[in-house]
Design a protein around this ligand. Structure first.
Ligand code: TYD
Length: 136
């Protein structure tokens, strides 16, 4: 199984303003199928609370800050995202919560799959039994 990891992105520092990027077949361990973003989150609000059967994601705090809590069914790790020149790779089958959004934060997420409601696991117990089955 792949492990979650922080991926540093290129940062082109410039007095006119910095620039960072990622592209297919570079930086990320999957090919990008879809992008979405989460914004206008009231300060302190939480999102997420699900896992994906097959989808992998990469999450960047383009603005502000928030925490991503990843749970593999055995242990939980919290990743604080607060810069636009790195992001968090989230493998499939991790329960993920996004917490502590700062006011005006902007989360950009790129995904390895098209949107498919069937790929979501929204029940934590179902997630745990799926993880245990995969480990057999
Ligand atoms: P969801 O992934 O459930 O967000 P969260 O877990 O943070 O609450 O998505 C919220 C709603 O948006 C859900 O009804 C599905 C819809 N949605 C799409 O239609 N396309 C997408 O790419 C995403 C990510 C969500």
């Amino acid at each position: 199984m792949n492990e979650p990891k922080i991926i540093q992105l290129p940062k082109i520092s410039d007095p006119r303003g910095n620039l960072s990027f990622f592209e297919n077949d570079n930086q990320l361990p999957f090919k990008i199928r879809r992008s979405y973003w989460i914004y206008d989150v009231p300060g302190g609000e939480n999102r997420g609370g699900h896992a994906y059967k097959n989808t992998e994601e990469f999450i960047v705090a383009l603005s502000g800050s928030f925490d991503v809590v990843l749970d593999n069914g055995t242990e939980k790790k919290t990743f604080a995202l607060n810069r636009s020149y790195y992001g968090l790779y989230v493998p499939k089958l991790y329960w993920r919560e996004m917490e502590n959004f700062s006011t005006n934060s902007l989360a950009m997420i790129v995904s390895s799959t098209d949107y498919n409601a069937e790929d979501y696991i929204r029940d934590y117990n179902e997630f745990l039994s799926k993880v245990k089955n995969e480990q057999r």
